[in-house]
Structures are given as C-alpha cells and as structure tokens.
Design a protein around this ligand. Structure first.
Ligand code: NAD
Length: 258
C-alpha cells in the first residue's frame, strides 16, 4: 500500500467540536473525503445539521450532528454517549471550538476573561478528557486540539490577553495529556493556525480593514484558508502519525518566524 493510501481514514469514527462552520467544517470535510464517519458537535445545532447533511450527501460516509456546549461537563458526557451509541468506537477527536474577545487588559471584565478561558481551554480539556477516557479503554486513539499562533506570540494591535493565555494553555494541556497517555497508544497533538479567512470573516464588511492589516503583517502577504489546515489534521488523525505525540504544528504563513 502506498503512503497516500495509508493516510486514508476509511471507516474511522471522529468527532469535531465547533464543526458547524469555519475551520471545524473545513477539516470535517477533509476527514469525510478521506473516508471517516463523523459527528459534527456544536452549540449551533441548525448549522451543525446543515454541515453534517452536506458532508453525508457529498461523501460516502455517515455524518451526524450533536448539540453540545463544550464548557458543560454533563453535555460533553452525553455527547460522548450519543457518539458511541451511533458509532461504537472513537478513533479520533478534533477539539476545536473556540472564541476570541478583543478588549484591552485593563478594561476586560472578569466575565469576558472567564468566557474565553472556559470555551478555549476548559472546553478543550473536557472534550479531550471525554475522548481520552474512551480511547484509553480501547487502547488507541488520536486527539487534535486547536491552539493558535497566539499561543506563541502576542499578535497586535488587537488586545486579546485572554485569548493568548487560553491558547498557550491548550499547548501545555496537549503536551501534558500526550505524556500521560503515551504508553497507552493515545496520541495528543495541537495545531496553531495563523490568521485564517473563514467564509464568515472574509465576507464581513466590518472585518475588511482588519483582513487587509493581517495580510500585510503576514510574510506571505495573505491570510490562510481553512483548507490549508486539512492535510495536517488528516495526517494527525490517521495511522501514519503513529510516532507523533505532544507536538504543536504551526501553520501561519511565516507569521511567527518574524
Ligand atoms: P468560528 O467562529 O467560525 O467557528 C467556531 C464554531 O465553534 C462555531 O460553529 C460555534 O458555534 C462553535 N462554538 C463556539 N462556542 C462553543 C461551545 N461553547 N460549544 C460548542 N461549540 C461552540 O471559528 P473558527 O475561525 O473556525 O475557529 C475555530 C478554532 O480555530 C477556534 O478554536 C479558534 O480560536 C481557532 N483559530 C482560528 C483562527 C482564525 O484566524 N480563524 C486562527 C487561529 C486559531
């Protein structure tokens, strides 16, 4: 079997949080194109259902939508139960749901701070923990967490200390889980995207000046597309990455190299 065949995900069962749109949707499409059955997990169940239907229609795979708030331990637990009732096992998990609130540190309310940390860091912990429990019992599995280049550098001028702190936390959480579970064949890695233009951001008139600014600041002089994160996630979810754990993959058009 050639390397491309070995990288396929035929028959694998994967959940993606924040999968309704943006990066989560794009990576879900790639997982399905590689042959995986999927659960699109999101707060926005209508959009998640649309994404799951579109994926099932365009690929010969099963795709379902599950409503869950990743910050709620009970909802994460019942999401996992629903997933296992449908698919029977869990091969990979993409813990990707996240938000950003821009506010100067001296003005950021504690509520804003907690909301970002809750979704971006505690949400990744809860979903990775739920996935890990199942995978440790099975004796295999791969978890991919979404961090950000903001874990490595402080991008500016938008002030976002809570976001930067939460994403740095995702990388250390990823490494901690990877080391704890390494001998039990459960791998945990993260991706750190730079500025990416999702359907939503690229079509937003308010964001147009920001996108121009971000493009100018990125060495490639353009921001990335979610499709440019697909292949690394397919690699990490599959069997050819069997010796890769505790790693963070920066995909940022050279931003953090400056
Ligand atoms: P997006 O806003 O387009 O999509 C996020 C999805 O997460 C939405 O469907 C939303 O409903 C869902 N979500 C939000 N809170 C949730 C919760 N509590 N429970 C369940 N689902 C929830 O965002 P995106 O740009 O696709 O970003 C996805 C991830 O990538 C985030 O973690 C983000 O921080 C990270 N990231 C994005 C960029 C970028 O430039 N877009 C760059 C680096 C990292």
């Amino acid at each position: 079997m050639g390397i491309i065949e070995k990288m396929r995900l035929d028959g694998k069962k994967i959940f993606v949080t924040g999968g309704a749109r943006g990066i989560g949707k794009s990576v879900s499409i790639a997982f399905a194109e590689a042959g995986a059955d999927l659960a699109i997990v999101d707060l926005d169940i209508e959009e998640a259902q649309k994404t799951a239907d579109e994926i099932a229609k365009n690929n010969n795979v099963k795709a379902i939508a599950i409503k869950a708030d990743v910050t709620d331990p009970g909802e994460v637990e019942s999401m996992m139960d629903q997933f296992l009732n449908t698919f029977g096992r869990l091969d990979a998990a993409f813990c990707n749901a996240g938000i950003c609130i821009n506010a100067p540190a001296e003005e950021m309310t504690f509520e804003q701070w907690k909301k970002v940390l809750d979704i971006n860091l505690s949400g990744v912990f809860l979903t990775a923990q739920a996935a890990g429990k199942v995978m440790l019992k099975q004796g295999y599995g791969s978890i991919i967490n979404t961090a950000s280049m903001s874990a490595h550098i402080v991008n500016h001028p938008q002030p976002q200390c809570s976001y930067n702190a939460s994403k740095a936390g995702v990388i250390q959480l990823t490494k901690s889980l990877a080391v704890e579970w390494a001998t039990r064949n459960v791998r945990v890695n993260s991706i750190s995207p730079g500025y990416m233009g999702t359907e939503l951001t690229l079509n937003s008139p308010e964001l147009k000046p920001l996108i121009e600014q971000w493009s100018e600041m990125t060495p490639t002089k353009r921001i990335g597309k979610p499709e440019e994160l697909q292949s690394i996630c397919v690699y990490l979810a599959g069997d050819t990455s069997s010796f890769t754990t505790g790693s963070d993959f920066v995909i940022d058009g050279g931003f953090t190299s400056i």
